[in-house]
Design a protein around this ligand. Sequence first.
Ligand code: AG3
Length: 277
Amino acid sequence: MELWFSEYQTKNVKLSFRIKEVLYTKQSSYQKIAVYETEDFGRILTLDDTIMLTTKDEYIYHEMISHVPMLTHGDASRVLVIGGGDGGTVRELLKHPVKEIHLVEIDKEVIETSKKYFPTISCGLSDPRVKIYFEDGIEFVKKNTGYDVVIVDSTDPIGPAVGLFSAEFYKNVFEALNEDGILVAQTESPILFDNLVKKIYKDMSSVFPYTNMYSAVIPTYPGALWTFTMGSKTINPLLKEVSSLPHIDTKFYRRELQKSYFILPPFVSNLISDRGV
Ligand code: AG3
């Protein structure tokens, strides 16, 4: 019998993978966690039947959400990751000379699942520089400060993640950041969720002096073209020179393109420039 996993990206669009085996499913206190072995995309981690990562293309998302803000900052030593319990973002951050990484993941079971089924992704979680908090990131940023970079590696704005996509949350992150601090959040698909992308950009730019969006193609996410939005207090990412910073090993991110990543396809820049599409 053929076995398939499908994510309903919208009510009318689904992306399906033929699977070899269902490796794990569990209902945690927050969500349904599942791991599938697919024919062509390696292993998939899903939360509430939504794809978080596949071992085939996860490096694109994790490199782009980490290295673009880290190189823009250039000297980050204390970094906060909100969500990201699979560990992929932490693995990339550890390629930089950071002193401390705080990971705030609401669901302990996500971390346990990743440690067991995704060793190449969760490998950094036991590094002595990493401290893990099982808490709600929305509350965490109200009480903790002193970060150079904050990365929001969240699920879509549904359920517990809704509050991570609000102007109030961005304000609290602004306060939690040091003087030259930078926020980056994963900010969804400009093709399938244009109004959401527009709202996120508007909210973040109401808080940060520099707000810049960049994109990457992530074949297994809705619409494939995905955005990340950076809020920066003092550093203009379009002017930052990164050529003298230490080399990092990557598969998708290219340092030569650092500044060009912020040059968006015209339909995306029009979308966020108030001119609509
Ligand atoms: N965060 C998930 C991004 C949202 C994907 N959305 C979707 N498939 N509908 C990534 C977690 C990986 N660290």
